[in-house]
Design a protein around this ligand. Structure first.
Ligand code: GLV
Ligand code: MN
Ligand code: MN
Length: 423
């Protein structure tokens, strides 16, 4: 295998391992929830690395960070690579981190080979992709793309009432970079987070799009009463409405197991007492479907299940949509560049749809966007045991490198160095 420009899989792996030490969990994963001190510490480490690689840094008003390597054409919009450094509370070491450090590795490889691109290259670190602390996922990219407005995003609170705005101020993450600036293209490298590539033996997933995602917060209001003395038939128990709803929601998924995903979570009751019938129960439901119409059908079914359950058990109810991301089809030129790069490198690849949401979904509304997946062990993600092979990580970074070169263009004086015939 020979190449004139190639990423260094060893350097990438060692940085992934160094980043995983920030907010490391006892189960071998990472806990760097959005806008926390550990999220800040992860960014500090990244900033140190990109500055050593010669990049300049800018932040926008919601804390999205962009590290820039100049191109030779000052008028060309950048090709942006990136993902997120925040994690789930019991997150793995690679979800998001791999796309950010993969972008940095591309820049390092071009520096090593003294290759200039025509368009600038940037690595984006989007704020709060996970949505586990502040409950909207892909938050920073949503504001950047104009899908959410800055003021209502800053007003979002975590479970202890701290706002996004207060944390942005505390960490000094509010910068002045323009939202939604023109991009030549956006490429997000990510672990698949599912079992498809591992099962088929493909090293690379050329991602064609992302399924639709909608989150609901459901609340049932009942009546607090004594657990020992109140006969079962004299209760207005919101937990029973919850039970009926859960049953119905899982039935929806069972009826179309290939396409429908439902995830009830974040259950809370008030008063939180074991010997009082709760007066209020709330929970979230994450629903996913590859088609917009399918997602609408799921929402309608959820609404009627909730209304029926509330009625049956004498409860009030309320449903709020707290997150909504339509299905996305990626840009054909980006898909083509990823496929061409995988071919050039001689890696087995296949086209694949994404089951997980990514910042690329929002960026795709403003700029040509695409994604690259690599396999992960047992398809496991959002789990401390999430794992990938170092060689797969290197292959994905090589595909990102060559796709980015294709989209950014190699500057004339380094044209020969940038062009490869094999990896
Ligand atoms: C992103 O982590 C998602 O919820 O798909
Ligand atoms: Mn992710
Ligand atoms: Mn995630």
């Amino acid at each position: 295998m020979s190449t004139e420009v190639r990423t260094d899989a060893g350097r990438l792996w060692s940085r992934l391992m160094d980043m995983a030490k920030v907010g490391a969990t006892s189960g071998g994963g990472s806990n760097r929830q959005a806008l926390s001190d550990d999220d800040q510490a992860g960014r500090d480490l990244f900033i140190e690395w990109v500055q050593q690689a010669g990049c300049s840094i800018e932040l926008d008003g919601v804390g999205n960070l962009f590290a820039r390597r100049s191109g030779t054409d000052p008028d060309a919009p950048p090709v942006v690579m990136g993902s997120h450094l925040d994690t789930q509370p019991t997150g793995g070491r690679f979800d998001g981190v791999y796309g950010v450090l993969g972008g940095l590795e591309v820049i390092e490889a071009l520096n090593d080979a003294s290759v200039s691109t025509r368009a600038p290259l940037e690595v984006a670190v989007w704020t709060n992709e996970e949505g586990s602390r502040f409950p909207v996922s892909m938050m920073g990219s949503a504001v950047w793309a104009g899908v959410s407005d800055l003021d209502s995003t800053k007003a979002l609170t975590d479970r202890s009432g701290v706002t996004v705005g207060a944390e942005l101020d505390r960490l000094r993450w509010s910068g002045t970079a323009a939202f939604g600036k023109p991009l030549s293209a956006y490429l997000e490298l990510h672990i698949e987070q599912g079992p498809i590539l591992e099962a088929s033996g493909s090293s690379i997933g050329v991602v064609t799009g992302v399924q639709g995602i909608r989150w609901f917060e459901v609340t049932f209001e009942g009546f607090a009463a004594h657990a020992g003395t109140t006969p079962m038939d004299r209760r207005r128990d919101p937990a029973r409405a919850l039970a009926d709803t859960l049953h119905g929601v899982y039935e929806l998924a069972a009826a179309d197991a290939d396409r429908v995903r439902v995830t009830p979570a974040q259950f809370a009751s008030e008063p939180a007492s074991p010997n009082t019938v709760p007066s209020k129960v709330s929970f979230t439901v994450d629903m996913r479907h590859p088609d917009a119409a399918g997602l609408d059908r799921l929402e309608a079914a959820l609404r009627s299940l909730v209304a029926e359950a509330a009625d049956q058990h004498g409860c009030g109810h309320r449903i709020d949509v707290i997150n909504d991301c339509a299905p996305v089809v990626f840009d054909p030129r980006c898909i083509g560049a990823v496929e061409a790069a995988a071919r050039l490198c001689g890696f087995a690849f296949e086209h694949i749809g994404s089951g997980a949401g990514h910042d690329a979904c929002h960026v795709a509304m403003r700029a040509p966007a695409g994604m690259i997946f690599i396999p992960c062990q047992d398809g496991l993600s959002h789990n401390e045991e999430e794992s990938i092979e170092p060689d797969d990580a290197g292959r994905g970074a090589d595909v990102l490198l060559h796709a980015a070169l294709e989209l950014a263009g190699v500057a004339d004086d380094t044209a020969n160095a940038g062009r490869t015939t094999e990896c």
